[in-house]
Design a protein around this ligand. Structure first.
Ligand SMILES: C[S@@+](CC[C@H](N)C(=O)[O-])C[C@H]1O[C@@H](n2cnc3c(N)ncnc32)[C@H](O)[C@@H]1O
Length: 203
């Protein structure tokens, strides 16, 4: 996600500091759900409003992008989301083993060029980290417009021992559409007529 550098970014993040995760996540009776690469936060904001009894964590590595998410959450006085400005490669620094119930990967960067596959958030290297922090029976929900990333992810999930369900290559024209929460990229791609792919991978 490319963005012009935000003015006073550090001060604006500091003004939302209560929304940022300060404690390591440990196993609990109400395990949080984690979105990795949350962008400007439309998805997690809607999840938080629709399910106030659930806990959510949204991670994004670009500070000027997570800043927008933080300001939206603050403006709506959302209490059940915490943010991490960090990279998925460092997940074990924030989460104990078996402390997360679900991971959302929404429109992750596809990294289509040869030689860059290790950067894809569904590469085996990342799946090994997700396996550590997910509870047994925990799941990853992947949505993307990108067929190449989707096919690659299905392979990686299967090779890593995840069980697949709820697979569709046209989410918005399936029976699952009614409960779907749209992301910013999803709105954009579907308005342009691209079908949205989605799958659940359970460990
Ligand atoms: C294509 S955008 C999608 C944003 C949002 N999920 C949506 O669907 O509208 C992908 C986002 O993932 C973030 N991202 C990519 N790799 C990441 C990583 N390793 N750790 C954390 N965030 C990452 C990018 O900075 C970018 O904001």
């Amino acid at each position: 996600m490319r963005m012009r550098k935000k003015k006073h970014g550090a001060e604006r993040i500091a003004a939302c500091s209560e929304l940022f995760l300060t404690e390591r996540i440990t196993p609990s009776e109400n395990p949080p759900e984690l979105e990795i690469g949350c962008g400007k936060g439309a998805f997690i904001l809607e999840c938080a409003k629709r399910f106030p009894e659930r806990r959510f964590i949204a991670m994004e590595r670009i500070s000027d992008v997570i800043l927008i998410a933080a300001e939206k959450l603050k403006a709506e006085q959302i209490q059940n989301v915490r943010l991490i400005n960090g990279d998925a490669a460092r997940l074990p620094e924030y989460f104990d083993p078996r402390s997360i119930g679900r991971i959302y990967l929404n429109f992750s960067d596809p990294w289509p060029k040869k030689g860059y596959s290790k950067r894809r958030l569904t590469h085996a290297g990342f799946l090994a980290l997700y396996k550590q922090i997910l509870l047994p029976g925990g799941e990853i929900i992947l949505k993307t417009d990108n067929e190449g990333l989707f096919d690659f992810s299905l392979e990686q999930f299967s090779e890593a021992g995840f069980e697949l369900s709820g697979l569709t290559r046209d989410l918005h024209h399936s029976e699952l559409a009614a409960d779907n929460i749209m992301t910013e990229y999803e709105r954009n791609f579907s308005e342009k007529g691209f079908p949205i792919h989605r799958v659940i991978a359970r460990i």
